[in-house]
Write a protein that binds this ligand. Structure first.
Ligand code: ADP
Ligand code: ZN
Length: 215
């Protein structure tokens, strides 16, 4: 299964990706996670990506495409993959198509999770996650038992630096302008599936599972 997971920031892509990984054992490729890891390790890539991320802007296509291309060429992706947060521009979608074509592959489903704008803002600005095990909490919807401490592992809960005020607004704007046109792109390729993401994450997953089982 070659799957692309789409949706605005805060739609719940990461949560659904975790469910999908567990159920279908697909390699999960999150460009956001790759960039965050590079930033925390202070690599060359991290240095380049950091300023864009903190401004809520997209990392340049050329850089992002090169990273994904390298990752998709590895053996574990040949039986299928789950792309999360990529493509985010039409240029990236075209590049993905070309890269996959080289090995006779294509995107089989683009799962689009949609959530109303006001809910996205509330979700993102209350989002905190564990520094150690990465479990995500929300200070309003799903707070930890003890403030600032992870229920699962006792780790410290932190806010992503791009989940703050202006950056959140910018990310939503960038999504509207640059990423939402991709829905048309995948619709034309007859692989688009729209999912209502404004529900319990288990219910959202149930629907995604049915789609993937029907492929
Ligand atoms: P979210 O979907 O919640 O905004 P991500 O973790 O997917 O979060 O991405 C965080 C940031 O990483 C983005 O705001 C952007 O700066 C960068 N990024 C991630 N994926 C891409 C991509 N495909 N193209 C360009 N930049 C990206
Ligand atoms: Zn934890």
């Amino acid at each position: 299964m070659n799957i692309v997971l789409m949706g605005p920031p805060g739609a719940g892509k990461g949560t659904q990706a975790d469910f999908m990984k567990a159920e279908f054992s697909l390699p999960h490729i999150s460009t956001g996670d790759i960039f965050r890891e590079a930033v925390s390790q202070g690599t060359e890539l991290g240095k380049k990506a950091q300023e864009y991320m903190n401004a809520g802007k997209l990392v340049p296509d050329e850089l992002t495409i090169a990273i994904v291309e390298e990752r998709l060429a590895r053996k574990d992706c040949l039986q299928g993959f789950l792309l999360d947060g990529f493509p985010r521009t039409t240029v990236q979608a075209e590049a993905l198509k070309r890269v996959l074509q080289k090995t006779g592959r294509k995107v089989e489903a683009a799962i689009n999770i949609s959530v109303p704008q006001d809910i996205l803002i509330a979700r993102l600005s209350g989002r905190i996650s564990c520094k150690e095990c990465k479990t995500v909490y929300n200070t309003s919807y799903s707070p930890p038992t003890r403030p600032g401490i992870c229920d699962k592992c006792g780790g410290e809960l932190i806010q992503r630096s791009d989940d703050r005020g202006e950056t959140v607004k910018n990310r939503l704007l960038v999504y509207q302008e640059q990423t939402s046109p991709l829905l048309d792109y995948y619709d034309k390729h007859k692989v688009l599936y729209n999912i209502d993401g404004n529900r319990d994450s288990r219910e959202v997953f149930y629907e995604i599972k049915e789609i993937l089982q029907g492929l």
